[in-house]
Design a protein around this ligand. Structure first.
Ligand code: ADP
Ligand code: LRH
Length: 482
């Protein structure tokens, strides 16, 4: 008989896809059956996601899925929908780039104590962490809510009517205790919510439930269950990293560049807090010790400002490759780049502020973005190694950015270590392999990574030139210790 198939629903901030996979002879065969655009929707009360529209796209994808034994859903972190006692969604979920947390997040931290908060939840300060979103929304917003569902759990609820909170994504909310790995009553209280709003935790690999009859009818699927995966997309991506050694680092590059290490335990030191590292949970309880770098969002928003689509990317990247190296760099972790807007203008302003020449052509601006990202990867990986005591022999660059050869080479050069690029669809890979394990076909994370390595064409980039040029460039961008 044919080996069973699995369906991964992977919702990224810029696009979503449904990918089918099955294992044959130690390899994962994956096929994308549906892809759709995603992005912020401006409504009068702020920036939102079109969650119902995304669910419709999920159904469309599943209609093309044949007869998978299971479906797993992952998405970007932190955002949530609220449902009431009759299961109704109370408004479209807010987008993490919405301005409602401006100022509120900082006041929350000042009140709670930055050290105390980090010691409790182990998270990097990002103004959009769920805990700050809830504080900004205020008590009235949750008054008639029965449950808070993170985006993949909301999709899972619509597929099965089962309520739960998958652990890897729960670990991005700021409401989970980093030591006990349970919801923290004190953190919930400080965010102004009742602990009962937070559903019971489930782990990657747990069965969520069976498809509802209406969903089965709509998609033509029968006997398919929903399985919890690393529902935080970055957790799935790191599970799908094709690492073959213990001392690897990862750069998950899509809308964001999530850059760091996998560790057995969180680093909750004052140094880690001041360096703004986060301790998120991975598949099988590993800790993702990383920093959020603004990522290819800088490029996406520049294209949008110029009225271009991603079709213009190859041409722009070729221009960037010909532009003068390391003329201008900016801090690719600066939250001034967070909100949608005129990115080339913001980058120019950031250059002026630190005495860098303003890029004069589109090619030069794209080069500035990519070099600034490579520089941020360098800084984050060096600090991650220092803070954790774990060396880095190789950097795995996965996600959409793995298609960007210039970014891969610049990252190898800046870090001074070999970069292995791919898979582009690391997230779907990790999602599918966790489902395959629930079906009894795969063992531990090491085996998942061997399968990922055997299943994808990987590109190798050796570092070129001396890292002293990057050291010099790093000196131009001030660090922001907290
Ligand atoms: P997300 O999951 O956050 O939506 P992806 O992992 O899909 O993001 O990556 C999207 C990014 O991949 C785009 O912003 C773009 O920079 C990059 N990308 C896509 N196609 C190409 C290409 N042909 N060449 C270079 N980069 C590409
Ligand atoms: C990447 C990601 C990242 C989060 C951000 C909100 O898609 O999940 O890990 O910090 O979105």
């Amino acid at each position: 008989a044919d080996s069973p198939t699995f369906a991964a629903v992977d919702l990224g901030a810029s696009s979503g896809r449904v990918v089918l996979g099955r294992l044959t002879a130690g390899r994962l065969e994956a096929t994308e059956v549906h892809r759709f655009a995603n992005g912020p929707v401006p409504l009068p009360d702020g920036l939102h996601w079109d969650a119902v529209g995304l669910f419709r796209e999920v159904l469309t994808g599943l209609r093309e899925a044949g007869d998978p034994v299971s479906v797993g859903v992952d998405s970007w972190a932190v955002d949530y929908g609220l449902i009431d006692g009759s299961g109704s969604l109370l408004g479209e979920p807010f987008h993490y780039r919405d301005a409602r947390t401006d100022g509120v997040a900082q006041s929350f931290v000042d009140f709670f104590g930055a050290r105390e908060l980090f010691a409790r939840n182990g998270l990097q300060f990002l103004p959009f962490n769920t805990i700050f979103q809830l504080a900004a929304a205020g008590g009235a917003a949750v008054a008639s809510a029965e449950a808070l569902l993170l985006v993949p759990d909301l999709i899972g609820y619509w597929l099965t009517e089962q309520v739960g909170a998958e652990l890897t994504n729960a670990s991005t909310t700021g409401l989970l205790d980093a030591r006990t790995r349970e919801w923290s009553p004190e953190l919930a209280r400080s965010a102004g919510i009742d602990l009962s709003l937070l559903p019971a935790l489930r782990r990657p690999g747990d069965v969520v439930g069976e498809l509802l009859p209406a969903v089965a009818a709509e998609t033509g699927l029968s006997g398919t269950s929903v399985v919890a995966v690393g529902s935080h997309d970055t957790a799935s991506a790191v599970a799908g990293v094709p690492a073959q050694t213990a001392n690897f680092a990862y750069v998950c590059t899509g809308t964001w560049s999530l850059t760091g290490l996998e560790l057995p335990a969180p680093v909750l030191t004052e140094e880690a807090r001041r360096a703004n590292f986060t301790n998120e949970l991975g598949v099988d309880g590993a800790v993702r010790f990383l920093r959020n770098i603004m990522g290819l969002w800088l490029l996406q928003e520049s294209l949008r400002t110029w009225g271009l689509t991603s079709e213009a990317l190859p041409g722009l990247l070729a221009e960037a490759a010909r532009a003068e190296p390391l003329t201008a760099v900016v801090d690719a972790e600066d939250t001034r780049f967070l909100a949608p807007g005129d990115m080339p203008a913001r980058i120019a302003a950031a250059c002026r502020e630190i005495g860098q020449p303003v890029p004069q052509t589109r090619g030069a601006l794209v080069r500035c973005v990519l070099e600034s990202l490579a520089l941020a990867h360098r800084r984050a990986l060096r600090e991650a190694a220092e803070l954790s005591g774990q060396d880095v022999d190789v950097v795995h660059l996965v996600g959409g950015g793995a298609r960007n050869e210039l970014l891969c080479q610049l990252t190898a050069d800046a870090v001074g270590a070999p970069v292995v690029a791919g898979p582009v669809e690391a997230t779907a890979t990790g999602n599918l392999l966790v489902q395959a394990r629930t079906a009894g076909q795969v063992g531990d994370l090491d085996e998942m990574r061997r399968i990922s390595a055997a299943s994808h064409l990987l590109r190798h980039y050796a570092p070129e030139g001396s890292t002293s040029r990057w050291e010099e460039a790093e000196g131009r961008v001030p660090t922001r210790l907290r």
